[in-house]
Design a binder for this molecule. Structure first.
Ligand SMILES: Nc1ncnc2c1ncn2[C@@H]1O[C@H](COP(=O)(O)OP(=O)(O)OP(=O)(O)O)[C@@H](O)[C@H]1O
Ligand SMILES: [Mg+2]
Length: 270
């Protein structure tokens, strides 16, 4: 089982879209896939078409902080006994642990737990039956992002080919180094280039800079093109790009990036 967190502290860089679309393609290839929404915005949950009212017990909350009303003595004897991942929801051929606005309380509650930041990692270690676990963190450097990245074996970094993408790179690299204090073997599997508008000079220049600066650190993907109509319609329909627009250029790009990710993971395995 490989656990991959799609990390970039910057907002709106296509973390959620990429988790949704790559996760779907892996599932379609016959891999057993679990997606975990660790963002209180719950975009991944909504964009996969889940509009039920999600209870806190269906989210990562019990795996991180246990049941809210448990007995204190028991907690001292068996600190991890009740930390379990909830039963995931099946969506589009993959499994999803959904999110809800209320998981935002983890940011505060986890500060009073010794080594709380490794709890999602511990819960995933006991998980069986999946080939890939893809985690979608929020756009922040808070506790939820730390939990999500520390739970991973490898990080995938979505990066738009523009000024915002370039500006975020030093912090992304610095933070991956920081997170290694809690997850020693963490490596960057792939920089996924997103929202690329090849008609603009700015994006073409940014693409060149990113490729030349980052390819010594980790593989850089072929770009996912900027296709606002597809991406916003797919969201409204609650579908991954490959379900919403099969055979389109957008679909082909997502499949190409998924193949590149698998190649990088295989190369790392030697
Ligand atoms: N290739 C693309 N072309 C056009 N629009 C895109 C593309 N990829 C993502 N978007 C749009 O960009 C916005 C941000 O994408 P997304 O929510 O996936 O990023 P995010 O990094 O998860 O954001 P947040 O930081 O808020 O969690 C969304 O409205 C999405 O539809
Ligand atoms: Mg997101």
């Amino acid at each position: 089982m490989k656990v991959l967190t799609f990390f970039n502290h910057a907002g709106g860089v296509a973390k959620t879209s990429t988790v949704r679309d790559v996760g779907y393609v892996l599932g379609e290839m016959g891999k057993r896939v679990l997606l975990i929404d660790v963002d209180p915005q719950a975009n991944l949950t909504k964009w996969l078409g889940v509009d039920d009212d999600i209870a806190l017990t269906q989210t990562i909350y019990p795996a991180v902080l246990g049941e809210a009303d448990r007995d204190t003595d028991e907690e001292l004897d068996e600190p991890y006994a009740e930390l379990v991942l909830p039963t995931p929801l099946p969506v589009h051929g993959v499994d999803l642990i959904p999110s809800h606005l209320n998981i935002a309380i983890i940011e505060r509650e986890i500060l009073s737990v010794f080594m709380g930041v490794v709890r999602l990692r511990e819960a995933l270690r006991r998980l069986e039956g999946y080939d890939y676990v893809l985690i979608d963190p929020p756009p922040s450097l808070g506790q939820l992002s730390a939990l999500a990245v520390v739970a991973a074996d490898q990080v995938v970094v979505p990066l738009p080919t523009n000024r915002k993408g370039l500006d975020g790179i030093p912090t992304v690299i610095k933070m991956v180094r920081e997170y290694r204090k809690a997850a020693q073997n963490l490596r960057i599997a792939l920089f996924v280039l997103t929202q690329h508008d090849r008609r603009t000079r700015h994006d073409r220049d940014s693409l060149d800079i990113i490729q030349s600066q980052l390819s010594s650190i980790a593989p850089v993907s072929t770009p996912l093109g900027s296709r606002p109509a597809y991406y916003s319609d797919a969201q409204v329909q609650g579908m991954p790009i490959s379900v919403y627009a099969p055979g389109s250029d957008a679909d082909r790009e997502v499949r190409q990036v998924t193949a590149e990710l698998l190649a990088s993971l295989e190369a790392a395995d030697g």
